[in-house]
Design a protein around this ligand. Structure first.
Ligand code: GDP
Ligand code: MG
Ligand code: ZN
Length: 294
């Protein structure tokens, strides 16, 4: 059977099969080969009828789509990047770096602007406009839960994690998403066992939301590493740059000091956002600094 590892504690793993969660351990050959199992892993497992302590045994790990180290989790489809405009104020370079980090790890970003009640509709619109056409954009009020269903539509059937600065409302939004899946709990799609762990463990944990939707509880994702990214690779991490990268006069154009640059032309025409371009420049500077010191 195929399932997803939703929690791991001291050599024991909790595997969700799309319906219920069972506890088990790795088969001996996995341990002998020192093959590690991570939360998020999709595994081949079987129910163990002979072992009274364990419900299942994991035979093998399916090849990972991606793997993040801090915290260690695998197979994320979607990163919901949460920020507020006020309390705390948005720091776009930080947000754009998180988005680029997701791109680098083959994770699809979704933009979630929180605390819409603290700003004018115009301010909200200006911020949404930066990302519209690049990523899906939703607004969610972490206090009232308004907007949660729009966010849920975007992560349905996928595995997702919330990331973003501290204090923007990630925990509040997580609770609304989990609250919305209470119906699934009642029908047994989220086992009591998994859910109870929430406030009692500091381990990384994945919450099955029903119907193959998973929410990773990963409080550590305030940033993703862009280390070991060459300056010229940064261009590929901004989706709106991708169709332009090869239209500049120079194939390796960094879009900063070069003449006949397609990105700078689009910037001047207002079709590339100034905010995104400034973040891009900062990321390339960081990448250069890293290159010098490597
Ligand atoms: N005004 C307002 N406050 C919010 C909203 N969402 C969350 N908060 C508040 O912001 C604070 C931080 O929220 P929390 O979920 O802990 O943020 P986290 O650090 O990202 O997990 C709490 O006091 C929340 O009540 C919102 O949409 N509007
Ligand atoms: Mg929190
Ligand atoms: Zn260029």
């Amino acid at each position: 059977m195929i399932g997803r590892v939703v929690k791991g504690i001291g050599g024991f793993y909790f595997v969700h099969d799309g319906n219920e969660t069972v506890m088990g351990k790795a088969r001996g050959n996995l341990k002998r080969n020192k093959e590690l199992i991570y939360v998020g892993d999709i595994v081949d497992f079987e129910i163990d009828v002979n072992d009274s302590d364990n419900e299942c045994v994991i035979n093998s790990v399916v090849e990972r789509r991606n793997f993040l180290t801090r915290p260690p989790v695998s197979n994320l489809d979607i990163l919901v990047v949460v920020f507020s405009l006020k309390h705390p104020a948005v720091n776009y370079p930080v947000i754009d770096k998180l988005l680029a980090g997701a791109e680098k790890n083959n994770i699809r970003p979704v933009i979630c602007i929180s605390k819409p009640d603290l700003v004018s509709p115009e301010e909200l619109e200006r911020s949404m406009e930066i990302y519209r056409g690049i990523y899906p954009v939703v607004t969610v009020n972490g206090n009232t839960g308004d907007g949660t269903s729009e966010l849920f539509e975007l992560i349905k059937g996928k595995s997702a994690a919330l990331a973003g600065p501290s204090g923007v409302g990630k925990s509040s939004i997580t609770n609304h998403i989990l609250g919305d899946s209470v119906a699934a709990v009642a029908t047994g799609e989220i086992s009591g066992k998994t859910r109870r762990g929430r406030h009692t463990t500091r381990h990384v944990e994945v919450f099955p939301l029903g119907g193959m939707s998973y929410l990773y509880d990963t409080p550590g994702f305030t940033s993703l590493d862009l280390d070991e990214t060459e300056p010229v690779e940064i261009r590929e991490l901004l989706p709106e740059f991708r169709p332009l990268n090869h239209k500049c006069r120079y194939a390796d154009c960094m879009h900063i000091n070069e003449q006949e640059c397609a990105v700078k032309e689009e910037l001047a025409a207002g079709r590339i956002s100034k905010s995104r371009y400034e973040s891009y420049k900062m990321m390339t500077e960081e990448a250069r600094a890293w290159q010098k010191h490597k």
